[in-house]
Design a protein. Structure first.
Lengths: 246, 467, 197
């Protein structure tokens, strides 16, 4: 029994010393600043963020000029984080006039990226949300109670404008409107991330250009028709072949 | 001059301008004893916290606190000095000052070392809401942290910092230390009970069970030293450890045979448990009790508990140094110190004691960040089945040694007069003293190894060894 | 530093702080003890942030097991309706000043469960006032630290002595599908006292 006790005590002391040898080794190498056990800390705000790999899913962005508003991403998305509207542009192609990604809902699963037929959606490796991302609009201060609210382009403009002013100087109506749409508690990191908004002027211009183009095309077609008719009129045309007209 | 009693008397008489009344005496005691003690131990204990975080970081391959420098407090000082200037000019002046190369370097280093961390923690706690739970026993709850602090600070009164620097000289200072540090038990129990919280109560119960159990090996270890030195006066115990010549180290109690060495281990381990330090921190085990006895404490009251813990760690360090490592004596000869002027000698002695304390302090941190927490039954088993038998064995060994060796009056010149002269250990008894127990221990360990194998049975089963 | 400014920041910068308030805020900013509290996979990232690689102890943050000693609650993970009242209780038990970071899509808006789940709360900010939302599913430790840096800017503007600028938080819409069974506070319930005497 005494031998068992002695063995117990000796074993206990020995295992303690083994552990302390390991940690002491770490301690010394760390204090010395060399060896295999120096600090591996990455001091994030001072050092740039670590990139795990090229396929890291930091944030979802949409390259609006390539987007054809086919809603494939919307169909694939398990959480409904997209809101989009399309307009015909001058070339009569569908373009995103509004493309919002709700980053607070997004679960970064990447299904939309795989579904996208034009590769306009992609995941950035950087996670840092940049409100001044070229062409994007970023809304701070949204609380989850306000996430379902639909914000149109004029609303976004108004939000950005009002939020930049001191709260005290706002009119009561403006302040109430602001509180209804953003969280009065302060700057948050989440928000809507829109690309490709058309302002009313842009929309008018695009529509006008499209109309003008259409009219020009029609005019050209009419002119060509008239020309063809004029060319065909003086000599009596032979009857067309039975194969049909182009 | 014995202790600071003389200084207190002088100051009290000067304050009163005649025979001092109770008010003058209280003021003098506050000025001479309490204030320097608090000013000395408070910052050191607070600094211990940042030291601990840095050491933990080094052990875990981290950087530790390195964002809070001294620039925050410095800015406050700047603003106070330049309070008449407009704010923009204060800012500009501060920026210009901070950009001076030496200042900048110093501030960057302070940040790197995290020197501002305990300032930040302290003022954070100061501004934190002070919550008293609804079901709490208000008075008990509020009083407990103060009592813990008192229990951690009182023993410092009798510690000899230097030959001429003892706050309170008594013949029974070892007993005083044991008695006053026992106040912490009461404080923890009060905190646990007064919080009106199940976790706190369980933590308080555990703390009491643990502290009371470990008072026994601590008491036995101190008893062994008292037996060896023949006095209960800590200052006399330090004096007893004097050895002439360069090798003062040989006079220290650790070198006085294997039994005192064993007692040092017992005292250290039990002291670790007395401070509620990991691996003995089951009173505030986060994984089981939310935070143990201090679950309901917030802000400054919790800070007081933390401060008391670090103060007690320092105290255990100082006690290990005083009882076993020669107290304030230098390890490389004492005579040259005596040639210096008194103030310098006092300063050096205090610094030497501080260095020894720091070594033990660091060792405690090293252990904390190495070993996982014990289970409750393991803690009790360690106290009653390992430490107490070891301490009793050492006590017996010391008694037998004293009987065999007898004593002379050598070494009396330095310390204060002791009740019993120190034993004369000429080479033959010295040899016997070391060799016989060590041989016995070796034989026992070898026999145990032969009987139970080199590795733990569970480990052997695990690795399939010897199957 | 990678902090960016958003709309509204300019307004806060104009607030005049007294020197002492500035110092107190400095202390709070550098000693944000966070509550050990995690309910889902974001908790793993939270642990990583506390581990050697990202080491939030560097910023003066240590985990505390009891809400009384914590300054910051990081809501890491999915919060069910049943859990929401517990989170609210924990928040009420924290001493002022206290802050909340909502970490990951689940805590922000319900995330993957926001659409079809009957049991998951869509956004923890319906029950506790959130100071900073960190997007991600789960966010990387750097993203969390980024959110903490944003919070520190907010803490820097906190005034202990002077008049507070932030208006009291209005607890937003109340969505409890099972009513009394979930024991959620009514939508406009004032904050409880967290067991204070």
């Amino acid at each position: 029994m005494i031998l068992a006790w002695v063995h117990d005590v000796v074993e206990g002391v020995r295992s303690c010393l083994t552990g302390m040898r390991t940690t002491g080794h770490y301690l010394l190498e760390n204090l010395r600043g060399s060896g295999g056990a120096t600090a591996i800390t990455r001091e994030y705000p001072e050092q740039p963020a670590e990139r795990v790999g090229a396929r890291q899913r930091g944030h979802l962005v949409n390259d609006a000029p390539r987007c054809i508003v086919c809603h494939a991403c919307d169909t694939a998305c398990p959480v409904d984080c997209f809101t989009m509207d399309g307009e015909r542009d001058a070339d009569n192609k569908m373009r995103a006039s509004r493309f919002d990604i709700d980053l607070s809902k997004c679960i970064y699963c990447g299904l939309c990226v795989r579904a996208c037929p034009t590769d306009s959606l992609s995941m950035t490796p950087a996670f840092e949300v940049d409100p001044r991302h070229d062409g994007s609009r970023f809304l701070f201060r949204r609380s989850s109670g306000q996430l379902g609210q639909r914000l149109d382009a004029p609303d976004v403009e108004r939000l950005q404008r009002l939020a930049d002013q001191p709260r005290e100087s706002l009119a009561a109506a403006d302040r109430a409107w602001l509180d209804q749409h953003i969280d009065p508690n302060g700057p948050h990191l989440i928000g809507m991330y829109g690309l490709g908004y058309f302002t009313p002027e842009q929309k008018q211009a695009a529509d006008a250009a499209r109309e003008a183009k259409k009219r020009a095309k029609e005019a050209a077609a009419a002119a060509a028709k008239a020309k063809a008719a004029a060319a065909a009129a003086p000599p009596p045309a032979p009857p067309p072949p039975a194969g049909g007209t182009p | 001059m014995t202790g600071l009693g003389h200084a207190v008397d002088t100051l009290a008489a000067w304050l009163a301008g005649g025979p001092p009344g109770w008010f003058a005496v209280t003021l003098a005691v506050l000025a001479v004893w309490v204030a320097p003690l608090l000013l000395l131990v408070f910052p050191v204990a607070a600094f211990g916290q940042i030291l601990e975080r840095k050491i933990a970081a080094a052990i875990q391959r981290r950087k530790g606190p390195n964002s809070a420098g001294l620039d925050g407090p410095l800015r406050l000082v700047f603003r106070a000095v330049l309070c008449l200037l407009p704010r923009e000019r204060q800012d500009r002046a501060f920026a210009a000052f901070c950009n001076l190369v030496p200042v900048r370097t110093a501030l960057l280093w302070s940040r790197r070392l995290g020197l501002g961390q305990f300032v930040a923690d302290g003022i954070k706690m100061l501004g934190k809401e002070d919550i008293v739970p609804r079901g709490a026993d208000g008075a008990v709850f509020r009083f407990a942290p103060y009592l813990a602090l008192v229990g951690a600070f009182l023993p410092w009164c009798v510690l000899p910092f230097a030959q001429h620097l003892v706050m309170l000289e008594t013949e029974v200072s070892a007993l005083f230390v044991l008695a006053t540090s026992g106040l912490v038990v009461v404080a923890l129990k009060m905190a646990g009970w007064g919080s009106g919280n199940k976790w706190s109560l369980l933590g308080g119960m555990r703390a009491v069970a643990q502290l009371v159990s470990y008072e026994v090996p601590i008491g036995l270890a101190v008893g062994g030293v008292v037996l060896w030195c023949g006095t209960m006066d800590l200052h006399a115990i330090v004096g007893q450890q004097y050895a002439p010549g360069v090798f003062t180290l040989l006079g220290w109690n650790v070198c006085q045979g294997p039994f005192l060495l064993l007692l040092l281990l017992v005292f250290f381990v039990a002291g670790l448990a007395e401070c509620q330090r990991s691996p003995f921190d089951m009173a505030e085990a986060e994984s089981e009790l939310v935070s143990g006895f201090n679950t309901e404490y917030s802000g400054l009251r919790w800070g007081m508990f933390a401060l008391a813990e670090y103060t007690e760690m320092l105290l255990i360090g100082a006690l290990v140094a005083t009882l076993f490592l020669g107290g304030y004596q230098s390890p490389i000869g004492e005579q040259w110190l005596l040639l210096l002027p008194t103030w310098l000698e006092t300063l050096l002695h205090a610094l030497i004691l501080g260095a020894k304390t720091l070594v033990v302090f660091l060792l405690m941190m090293w252990i904390r960040w190495t070993l996982p927490r014990f289970r409750v039954d393991q803690v009790m088993r360690l106290a009653w089945l390992v430490l107490v038998p070891l301490a009793l064995l050492s006590l017996l060994g010391i008694a037998v040694t004293l009987l065999v060796a007898g004593g002379t009056t050598e070494g009396m010149a330095y310390g204060r007069l002791a009740a019993r002269p120190r034993p004369d250990l000429s080479w033959l008894p010295w040899l016997l003293l070391w060799i016989v127990p060590v041989l016995a221990a070796v034989v026992l360990v070898r026999a145990a190894n032969a009987r139970y194998g080199g590795r733990h049975p569970a480990l052997r089963r695990l690795t399939g060894e010897g199957a | 530093m990678t902090r960016r400014e958003g709309p509204g920041d300019a307004f806060d910068d104009r607030i005049h702080l007294t020197a002492v308030d500035e110092f107190l805020a400095w202390g709070k900013e550098h000693s944000l003890f966070y509550l050990l509290f995690a309910t889902a996979c974001c908790g793993i990232e939270l642990m990583q942030a506390g581990g050697p690689r990202y080491d939030v102890d560097r910023l003066g943050m240590i985990p505390r097991a009891t809400p009384r000693q914590a300054d910051l609650m990081i809501v890491a993970g999915t919060i069910t309706h049943k859990m929401a009242s517990r989170v609210r209780t924990l928040w009420e038990q924290m001493g002022e000043p206290r802050w909340v970071v909502s970490m990951g899509s689940c805590a922000n808006s319900g995330g993957p469960f926001s659409k079809w789940s009957y049991s998951v709360l869509n956004g923890i900010d319906k029950y506790v006032p959130v100071d900073v939302y960190v997007p991600g599913c789960p966010p990387r430790p750097e993203a969390l630290i980024d959110g903490v840096m944003a919070l520190r800017e907010r803490v820097r503007r906190y005034r202990t002595l002077g008049e507070r600028s932030t208006e009291p938080h209005v607890v937003a819409g109340h969505e409890a599908p099972f009513g009394a069974r979930c024991q959620l506070p009514p939508p406009d319930a004032p904050a409880g006292d967290g067991g204070r005497a």
